[in-house]
Design a protein around this ligand. Structure first.
Ligand code: NOJ
Length: 562
């Protein structure tokens, strides 16, 4: 593991107030697919730094950077070899400092991804555990158990991993280790004091380098309570997730975050955190507590159909919920784990039984939305039109909005990646039944032409489809009706119009049209249906699609000043 190094610069992240995150527009960068400065086919930190002007022009308040740590990429970097270093393929710690400085100079905050539930199997701790005997302190940092049967040749339990396949792996001496995700991602034992101390060290390491906050991976999985006698998978499935489940969403996980909070609050302004916790909505507020991580992802809109009733219920519920924790809510339509929303909205609604419509897979509390093939039922234009309307609605809501790289280009999922190019472990562990998450991780197109459409000098590590060229940044910058132009305008207006965290529903007299008003006369109206409808009186500021003779067509949002 890298020793603590003095930061090479004194980043000024104390600029701004302590509540900057409450209504921030946060742009997620999946670094390997953003921009490749050195032409090796993999995006890198200098590639991001070179595009800070793009981010500034886009108008985002913060960047969330997915893992950039040394990793074998068994799970896209969520298998971390060293929490306090940069993957040499992505750059160096100096490159990281340069990125922080460039972002801060542009007035953009930086949130980094922290992966505390598991390390990679190449982490020095795990390598030491493999070399060390049963019962050793090195094995105690992970979750080892004896196998069943005379030689321990049978797994200690029949648990299935979130990615498919068994959750226990033998190490050759009768013992097995537990992994919620891929075999290369052994789960840490958070009862071990050394594990706890080391993560406090990591939080300080990045905070000292100027990082403004952390996105906490699998935040509901760290605390586990396992005796020697393990329950079966069926017993686990039957156990309620009420805070006492042996594996998920345990109440005592919050003791860990209370410790982290002391680190966050030792900085000025306090470092922030957002929990990735797939828990029942009524348990989310615990993660968002000011005594813990402070904010938690709300994936409810991401899981909803493009439907006025569903949106209204979710928005009302989450705004009330955020109030109970004193946090602000978070809106998300797309990220690196799910089918892009332009594509989801072009597929039949869930549960219709139509081919391709069942794109939700629910497994062990982790829900991945998987397309399972998007042709020929995908209605590309309709999907994008709805996505633009949904995003405009999202950006008018109180709370933070998390945007995923490429959605500002209106990118669709790339469904037809050849099997031999696929990288996601869910594809290999299912095996091949689920196409996995590579389709939303294809490197971005910056230019119409070029080996990788301007992503880098050579071909991209994950193949890009031909249609990416027409959606390149360079192309969309020339087109005032492009999705990029819409995002830029919306984010700029949002900065101007954003006020306190309140809104009220405005009666539209129709079930398929939702309108809400912010305190300063900012009114957002979305027509989820097909009919052309009247707009309320007011000045039209922005629309997600052209109006029809001054009226609001289907699958369109308008922002008005009233
Ligand atoms: C959630 C991350 O978003 C996902 O990409 C990853 O595979 C799992 N956690 C395991 O780290």
């Amino acid at each position: 593991m890298t020793e603590v190094m003095e930061p090479t610069l004194t980043p000024d992240s104390s600029a701004g107030d302590a509540t900057w995150w409450r209504q921030a527009a946060v742009y997620q960068i999946y670094p390997r697919a953003f921009a490749d400065a050195d032409g090796d086919g993999i995006g890198d930190l200098p590639g991001i730094t070179a595009h800070v002007p793009y981010l500034r022009e886009l108008g985002v308040d913060a960047v969330w950077l997915s893992p950039f740590y040394p990793s074998a990429l068994a799970d896209g970097g969520y298998d971390v070899d060293d929490y306090r270093d940069v993957d040499p393929r992505l750059g160096t710690l100096d490159d990281f400092d340069a990125l922080v400085a460039a972002l801060h100079d542009a007035g953009i905050k930086l949130i980094v991804d922290l992966v505390p539930n598991h390390t990679s199997d190449r982490h020095v701790w795990f390598q030491e555990a493999l070399r060390s005997p049963k019962g050793s302190p090195a094995r105690d940092r992970y979750i080892f158990r004896d196998g069943k049967g005379p030689d321990g040749a049978e797994p200690p339990a029949d648990w299935q991993s979130v990615f498919g396949g068994p959750a226990w792996e033998p190490v050759g001496d009768g013992q097995w280790y537990m992994h919620h995700f891929a075999t290369e991602q052994p789960d840490l034992n958070w009862k071990n004091p050394e594990v706890r101390a080391d993560f406090l060290h990591t939080l300080r390491f990045w905070s000292d380098r100027g990082v403004d906050g952390f996105r906490v991976d699998v935040a509901h999985g760290l605390a586990k309570d396992l005796g020697e006698e393990l329950p079966s998978q069926a017993e686990l499935d039957a156990t309620p997730r009420d805070g006492n489940h042996p594996l998920w969403d345990r109440d005592d996980v919050h003791d860990i975050y209370a410790e982290w909070r002391t680190v966050f609050d030792s900085y000025d302004p306090p470092r922030t955190a957002v929990a990735e916790a797939w828990v029942a909505a009524d348990r989310r507020a615990r993660y968002a507590s000011a005594h813990g991580l402070g904010q938690a992802f709300n994936f409810d809109l991401l899981e909803a159909d493009f439907d006025a009733g569903q949106f209204r219920e979710i928005i009302t519920f989450n705004l009330e919920l955020a109030e109970t924790s004193g946090s602000s809510t978070t809106w998300v339509f797309s990220n690196h784990d799910v089918v892009r929303h332009a594509t989801r909205y072009g597929l039949p609604p869930r549960g219709t039984g139509a081919a391709g419509g069942d794109h939700t897979a629910e497994k062990q509390g982790k829900r991945w939305l998987l397309s399972g093939g998007t042709e020929p039922v995908l209605q590309r234009e309709l999907g994008l039109r709805r996505a633009r309307a949904a995003t405009l609605l999202e950006l008018a809501l109180p709370g933070s909005s998390y945007l995923y790289q490429g959605e500002e280009l209106g990118l669709h999922e790339v469904a037809d990646i050849p099997d031999e190019s696929r990288q996601d472990p869910t594809f290999f562990r299912s095996p091949g039944i689920e196409i996995g998450r590579d389709g939303c991780r294809v490197p971005l197109p910056w230019t119409r032409e070029g080996a990788s459409f301007g992503f880098g000098a050579g071909p991209a590590d994950l193949p890009q489809p031909d249609w990416f060229g027409d959606l390149a940044v360079e192309v969309q910058e020339q087109d005032p009706a492009s999705t990029l132009a819409l995002y830029r305008r919306a984010l700029a207006l949002r900065r101007e119009l954003q006020t306190d965290e309140t809104m009220e529903w405005h009666d539209t007299g129709r079930d398929d049209v939702l309108a809400f008003r912010r305190p300063n006369g900012w009114l957002s109206v979305t027509n989820f249906g097909d009919d052309v409808v009247d707009l309320p009186a007011g000045e039209v500021l922005l629309t997600s699609a052209p109006l029809d003779g001054g009226h609001l067509p289907g699958a369109t949002t308008a922002w008005l000043r009233v």
